[in-house]
Ligand binder design. Structure first.
Ligand SMILES: Cc1cc2nc3c(=O)[nH]c(=O)nc-3n(C[C@H](O)[C@H](O)[C@H](O)COP(=O)(O)OP(=O)(O)OC[C@H]3O[C@@H](n4cnc5c(N)ncnc54)[C@H](O)[C@@H]3O)c2cc1C
Length: 442
């Protein structure tokens, strides 16, 4: 009999994993809390097109996406502009969130995946320590494996016991509270100013972006602390002083959401359970992109499940997903979480200093479609490069101390992440995850 797989939540990686499994004869059902029409936000996403290729999908029709604008980064004083200059072949694509869903759901349905909408997953069902199903608003459902694609607030991850080593909730400085709205466009802007990103805007911990498109101006306010609509409106009004393209009429969006901006979840598997996408915090810690990583992880997970011929789907047999995910994706995300932590310790004036002195320059901030070049920079910097960058900080002891602290944390996180146990042994895995989690303290 075909093995039964539940995908809890219609996250991107969950749907593409469902598609790959259904193509290989598995009986897969996705349980999604929203109606089909209400799935996904009313805004666009930027991501690496190679995510599609990882799961064997072709590029969607050209009418369904465009290339993103290069970004221009500022510190809060907005004095130094770091203008990206991405190789056009490496530019990420920009696609409507709802169009991404249309595309992957169509392929999943064609492969035989079943979708149950308007069905909120409430909690996992256990038999001993093993996850054997889900309790939902529409009743209980059982399966050989539950894939958790419920996103950052997953009720499944929250219910996993300490004995699995799975962290239930993000801690402070690990998620962005975001308000995003598309306003009517009220002015044209220079090409290099089309996509402005202001780090530590108004000296608050977070970012603001203003992306002036053809038909609208996309404004995002992201903070490490929760804020309300009145504060979002106040901030946007402040942005209007320096960004005349932001009108006052909201055309689309105008909603709050949360994005994980942290290292990936330490342990992503348990008996009868695997987490993917935002449930497993697979976003790039600094910029919060998670779609391509979710697609890429879904191929690794599907391969692991298909290779488990006995259908055990235990922490031991799913460990290959954990290993391959960390080798191919997680190991480069975890050090970036240390860079993010450093940014959360900087004063606005210190960031302005870093930009003004060229310690971070436009090249460092150029994000290509595979990773951030910040990641490449950190991985690929020679001792001489490091010396040159640090010498720029010699007159600012406070920033120098923060950068050195980051360097030490980053080195530790890299070593610990690489020491992920090769096989699953509960004692070793729990020891490893404790050390891993300890690398990322504010
Ligand atoms: C404002 C904003 C902008 C972003 N921009 C980008 C971007 O430009 N590029 C990029 O790559 N990423 C971006 N991201 C991140 C991206 O959304 C995620 O990383 C990516 O979608 C992977 O997450 P996911 O699909 O696993 O989870 P989600 O997108 O959270 O999807 C989870 C799904 O599960 C459903 N669900 C949740 N709870 C339950 C439940 N209890 N029962 C049943 N179903 C449930 C939800 O309705 C949803 O359909 C952005 C996120 C936000 C909030």
């Amino acid at each position: 009999m075909n093995k039964k797989i539940i995908v809890a939540g219609g996250g991107h990686g969950g749907i593409t994993c469902a598609m790959l499994l259904a193509k290989n004869g598995f009986d897969v059902t996705v349980y999604e809390k929203q109606s089909r029409e209400n799935m996904g936000y009313d805004w666009t996403d930027i991501f690496d097109k190679k995510g599609f290729f990882a799961v064997g999908l072709d590029m969607p029709d050209k009418s369904m996406y465009k290339l993103k604008h290069d970004m221009t980064f500022y510190g809060p004083a907005m004095e130094t502009a770091l203008i990206q200059n991405t190789d056009p072949d490496k530019l990420e694509i920009q696609m409507e969130r709802k169009t991404i869903y249309d595309y992957i759901i169509l392929h999943a349905e064609n492969a035989g995946v079943k979708f149950v909408y308007d069905c909120a997953v409430e909690e996992p069902l256990f038999f001993g320590n093993r996850v054997v199903g889900i309790r939902t608003a529409q009743g209980e459902f059982y399966a050989d494996l539950v894939i958790d694609a419920c996103g950052i607030s997953s009720p499944l991850r929250k219910a996993m016991s300490a004995s699995t080593g799975i962290q239930n909730n993000p801690i402070p400085y690990e998620q962005f509270y975001v308000y995003r709205a598309f306003f009517n466009k009220t002015a044209e802007v220079e090409e290099t100013e089309k996509f402005r990103v202001i780090l530590l805007a108004e000296n608050k911990l977070g970012i603001s972006w203003i992306d002036t498109e053809e038909e609208y101006t996309d404004v995002l306010i992201g903070r490490f602390e929760e804020f309300d609509l009145a504060e979002a409106e106040r901030s946007i009004e402040k942005l209007r002083e320096t960004n005349p393209s932001i009108g006052t009429e909201i055309l689309r969006g105008g909603a709050f959401a949360n994005i994980p901006v942290r290292q990936p979840l330490g342990i992503i598997v348990a008996d009868g359970y695997a987490a993917i996408g935002d449930s497993a915090f697979m976003t790039v810690p600094i910029i919060g992109s998670g779609i391509a990583n979710s697609f890429k992880a879904s191929k690794i997970l599907a391969d692991t499940i298909i290779a488990d011929k006995e259908g055990a789907y235990s922490a031991e047999t799913l460990w290959s997903y954990q290993r391959e995910f960390y080798k191919n994706i997680g190991a480069s995300l975890a050090p970036l979480a240390c860079v993010k932590l450093m940014l959360t310790r900087l004063e606005g004036s210190e960031l302005d200093y870093i930009f003004a002195k060229g310690i971070l320059n436009a090249e460092d901030m150029t994000i290509d479609s595979d990773s951030t070049s910040l990641g490449a920079m950190l991985g690929g910097m020679s001792a001489e490069d490091i010396k040159i960058k640090l010498s720029g900080l010699i007159n600012n002891k406070a920033v120098l101390a923060k950068v050195i602290r980051m360097g030490l944390e980053l080195a530790k996180a890299t070593v610990v992440t690489a020491a992920l146990p090769k096989t699953y042994n509960r004692k070793n895995v729990l020891r490893w995850v404790k050390e891993y989690n300890n690398c990322f303290k504010h």
